[in-house]
Ligand binder design. Sequence first.
Ligand code: ZN
Length: 281
Amino acid sequence: MEIHVLQTGTVRVKQFQLTGANSTISRFYQLMFTQKWSEWMPIYCWLIKMDDQLILVDTGDTAKIYQEGYLPSGGLYHKAVETRIKKEEEVSYQLEAMGVECSDIKTIILTHMHGDHLGGMYHFPEANFLVSRKEYDFAVSKKGPGSGYFKKNWPSSFQPQLIDYKQRKEGVFDESFAFDDHEKIVIVPTPGHSLGHQSVIVKSESTSYFIGGDLTYNLETLRSEVPNVVLPNKEANQSVTKAHEYVKANDCIYLSAHDWNVLRILEERLTYQQFLKSIET
Ligand SMILES: [Zn+2]
């Protein structure tokens, strides 16, 4: 089993999303009225090479964002997030460079349905997508477009398999969804960043990986349990606490979707604890 990281452009958000903020009012003020942006961060998705199949977790963003009408022209969206991506940075090109054809990917697990995680999905008309039912139902509801879900951009081939978690314990998580018979890939609900956000645990012989999507921006914010949210919510805090406990207890390699450190973490196969130690010394 191997995990590879694919970068599909960069993104920046208002700085408070990384570092946290004291109050909802402070967050709202910074969101609406300041230009306090974070640094540009990568937009990652993941290729998992199992013995018998290739699986993608998320699909990254798309250069279609520059087409007229693809993104809303005003509103909250542009106050909260900015993305940069070239056509040749899309996931299809990244896979090709690794000798993988898009049609080789039969399964794609989405951590959630924000544009920088599903923009590349039109490259995979044949693939089976797995999305949490809560996330999908919200995305297609009336509230979707105001919350960063743009159904009009989804390809007509997109008919995802909706996940209902089972009463199956996975460490501190009471519910989970085992993707394969050997339970090497397990999906756990980590709501908060979005209503139906989920994380993907991948177990290899030597170590476990916790693909946290947008749960936290990086390992340091996992350590301080600062969730990646625009507005605070209890679910996000609970999810981050659980993920933190799981990652520590299982000595996982923790992977976030927007953390430059991931390159070194994967290259040196650093678990969460090893990585934190490495930046202390
Ligand atoms: Zn997101």
